[in-house]
Write a protein of this length. Structure first.
Length: 235
C-alpha cells in the first residue's frame, strides 16, 4: 500500500501557465508527485502486469490534469498493490509505503522505517504478538522520528546525480537504468488509460505501444496519452 497525500494550493497551479496542463506538465499528481513511490513499488515487487485506476479533479480549478488518483496494481508474481497520489490532501501528510505478507509487515514513513515485524517460524500465528524489530533492521538515524538534516531532500537528489556521473565515467551500470525508468512511466500511463477507459489496462500492452493513439481525459480535457507521457519524461 503506497500513499502520497500531499497538498498543493490553487496558487501553485496558477503560478505558471504550464502547471496543470497535459501538454507541458505531463499529467498531475501521479506523474509529478506519485511517480517516485511508483518506482519504489516496482523496485520491491518486480514487473507489474495490470492496472485499474480512477482519477479526478476534486480540489482545484483551471487544471486539466488529476489532483487525485487511486489505483490497484497486479504484479507478475501475483502480488497486489494499492497506489494513492493526490495534491488535494490539506495540509499535506507524509508518504507511506506499507508492505504486508504472510510472514511479516513493514511500514516506511517519509523514508524512515516506522514498523517491522517478522515471523520467527513456520507458523506465523505463534509470533503474532512479537516485538517491533525496526531497531534491529536499520541504524537509529533511519528510524521514524529521527531528526533529518535540513538538506535531506537535496541530498537524495545529489546521490542520484553522483551515481549517474560515476556510472558514465566508470563505464558501469547505474543504480537506476532507463529501462527501469520506462517501466515506471508505463505504469503511470496505465493509470491514466485505465481511468479514461474505465477498465483494467495491461502494462505489457502499454509498453508494446498498443495504446499510443488512445485519447485520455480528466474532467473534459483530452490529449494523446503518448504526448502526455513524453512531456512527463522530458521534465
Amino acid at each position: 500500500m503506497a500513499t502520497v497525500p500531499w497538498w498543493r494550493g490553487q496558487r501553485y497551479y496558477d503560478s505558471a501557465g504550464w502547471r496543470g496542463t497535459w501538454e507541458q506538465d505531463g499529467g498531475g499528481a501521479t506523474i509529478n508527485q506519485g511517480v517516485h513511490t511508483v518506482d519504489l513499488l516496482l523496485w520491491l515487487f518486480g514487473r507489474p502486469e495490470e492496472v485499474f485506476a480512477y482519477t479526478d479533479v476534486l480540489a482545484h480549478e483551471r487544471v486539466e490534469v488529476e489532483d487525485v488518483a487511486v489505483a490497484a496494481i497486479r504484479f507478475a508474481d501475483g502480488a497486489l498493490a494499492v497506489l494513492h497520489a493526490t495534491t488535494a490532501a490539506y495540509p499535506g501528510l507524509g508518504v507511506r509505503l506499507q508492505v504486508h505478507g504472510s510472514q511479516g509487515s513493514a511500514v516506511i514513513h517519509d523514508d524512515q522505517l516506522e514498523y517491522l515485524h517478522t515471523a520467527d517460524g513456520p507458523d506465523p500465528s505463534a509470533y503474532a504478538d512479537g516485538p517491533d524489530r525496526s531497531g534491529d533492521a536499520v541504524p537509529p538515524s533511519q528510524l521514524r522520528g529521527a531528526t533529518k538534516p535540513d538538506d535531506a531532500f537535496v541530498t537524495g537528489h545529489l546521490r542520484q546525480y553522483h551515481d549517474t556521473v560515476e556510472a558514465i565515467l566508470g563505464g558501469r551500470r547505474p543504480g537506476v537504468t532507463a529501462v527501469e525508468a520506462l517501466l515506471d512511466v508505463a505504469v503511470v500511463k496505465a493509470v491514466y488509460l485505465s481511468a479514461h477507459l474505465r477498465r483494467p489496462v495491461s502494462v505489457p500492452a502499454v509498453l508494446a505501444g498498443d495504446f499510443d493513439d488512445v485519447l485520455a481525459a480528466v474532467e473534459g480535457s483530452a490529449t494523446t496519452v503518448s504526448s502526455v507521457l513524453r512531456a512527463g519524461v522530458a521534465r
